[in-house]
Design a protein. Sequence first.
Length: 84
Amino acid sequence: MGAQRIGRRKLWLWSIGGMLVSYVFMTILTAVFARTGNQAAGSASIFFLFLFNAAYSLAGTALAYVYVLEILPYAMRTKGLAIS
């Protein structure tokens, strides 16, 4: 429903952008926790892990399956889907 209303490309870009931003913050906060032992940085990195999963679930789950089917010709769809 969201892909038809928003558009697949915008949904995909928002999902990839959200994953990138949350991954960068998660990496920074994990490094801070590893160096200093700051508990707040460790808890915040867990929060960004959940944010990463939410961004992935926004479009990564459904659109990765759909794009393979849309790109390939009809005769190759089952083989392409099996490979992906």
